[in-house]
Ligand binder design. Structure first.
Ligand code: MTE
Ligand code: MO
Length: 400
């Protein structure tokens, strides 16, 4: 079961900041009972000084920063795939942008001796000699009320955690509401929402991502890392891995670099907010219509957004307006001088790594590499649906 707030209103893609009320909500189990005064985050695993940190300590004894983060659920857009690819059946409602305030994870790791110096000689223990923060992982565990034998946990590389991730206790300047992870959650800027663990109870520093038996109880903490949120066909169970060479979701897919890619970094994507689907618009006095939307590209920088007003035949470049924060979407604008009648508007984003939204989603495939070069592969749980054409809007232009 998944509990969601799906706010599939196209108009929201003209507003850079999402209000807390309009921010999508997603979790797989039940929201826990939370008593902030007695909540602690334990720091365990490969650290010099394991610790139990209270929420007051996080707020009062560590510096705080505010980061802008466009959080997209990996399943956003899965409604556009053929056939059943799981729930919630998002069209565009699973992406939002907010300011999150909290403690840089780097500060916590440094204070308790959990960061490495990049592989310098260690004193004797050979296993650690070549250890760097790129091949160590940090596993965040959520305090979700248990509904089965799984616990919600996600692993990210220590290098990413120490770079820009935070333990957030506020959203848009106010304390976290229960559904967004009260009293404290992880925020992983530029990565799919699943990595941003809510109701954080433990951070464990490990030499691999979570695979199974690192804890001595019977809860399965590997499920949400290894079995779900993987890009794979139907009828195939993802292989559990201890590590990956790249966290770029598209690079994992390319040429089958990694079996069953993980949904870490967000793929480039854009969504038109004005005009909305089915709308009839009247051009301004100068004959133009201002097409507006939002575009994002995970950890990469957006390079261009193009807009087509003929269903993807020809394209023109949009300009960017407004706020520009790493890890957050950008408002784009395209000035269009239309003829009266019906038009299909499409947008596509490209980033500075050369990644660009493909035009189509593939039909169901038995192997990911059966998808065409201009298609994002169908996958069982419907992740990563960033193709441009399915997100088109049909617009009528009124006669003058
Ligand atoms: N503890 C916990 N954290 C979680 C989840 C969950 O089920 N349990 N769901 C994840 C998913 S799939 C998403 S998309 C984001 C959504 O965060 P939000 O509800 O604040 O928008 O939370 C993530 N963090
Ligand atoms: Mo999600």
């Amino acid at each position: 079961m998944t509990n969601v707030r799906d706010v599939s209103r196209r108009e929201l893609f003209t507003e850079w900041l999402t209000s807390v009320e309009d921010h999508h909500v997603s979790q797989h189990g039940d929201v826990p009972d939370v008593d902030p005064a007695n909540w602690t985050v334990s720091l365990t695993g490969d650290v010099d000084d394991p610790a139990e940190i209270t929420v007051d300590e996080l707020r009062e004894e560590f510096p705080s920063v505010t980061v802008a983060h466009t959080m997209e659920c990996a399943g956003n857009g899965r409604a556009f795939f053929e056939g059943d690819t799981g729930s919630p059946n998002w069209t565009v409602g699973g992406v939002s942008t907010a300011f999150w305030t909290g403690v840089p994870i780097r500060e916590v790791l440094e204070r308790y001796g959990a960061l490495d110096d990049g592989g310098a000689e260690s004193d004797g223990d050979g296993a650690d000699a070549d250890r760097t923060d790129d091949d160590r992982w940090i596993t965040a565990v959520g305090g979700d009320r248990p509904t089965d034998e799984t616990a919600f946990a996600r692993s990210i590389p220590v290098s990413k955690a120490a770079d820009d991730c935070i333990l957030a206790y506020a959203i848009n300047g106010n304390p976290l509401p229960l559904e967004h992870g009260k009293p404290v959650r992880v925020i992983v800027p530029g990565w799919y929402g699943v990595n941003s663990v809510k109701w954080l109870t433990e951070l464990r520093v490990m030499d691999r991502m979570v695979v199974g038996d690192a804890w001595d109880d019977d809860l399965d903490r590997a499920h949400w890392q290894q079995d779900r949120y993987r890009i794979h066909p139907a009828g195939e169970e993802p292989t559990h891995r201890e590590s990956v060479d790249t966290v770029d979701t598209e690079a994992q897919l390319r040429d089958g670099a990694i079996d069953h890619p993980y949904t870490f970094e967000q793929l480039p994507k854009s969504i038109i907010g004005y005009p909305t689907d089915g709308e009839t618009v009247a051009p301004r006095r100068d004959g133009q219509v201002e097409v507006l939307g939002m575009a994002w590209a995970g950890d990469a920088a957006l390079e261009t957004v193009e807009v087509s007003t003929d269903g993807g035949e020809t394209w023109g470049e949009a300009s960017f307006l407004g706020p520009d924060y790493a890890g957050a979407w950008r408002l784009f604008r395209y000035l269009w001088t239309p003829d009266p009648g019906d038009h299909t508007l499409v947008s596509r984003a490209a980033d500075d790594r050369g990644r660009r939204q493909p035009p189509r989603l593939s039909d169901p495939v038995e192997r990911l590499d059966e998808a065409g070069a201009d298609e994002f592969p169908w996958n069982r749980d419907g992740y990563g649906a960033n193709a441009s054409l399915p997100h088109a809007v049909e617009v009528s232009v009124a006669p003058e």
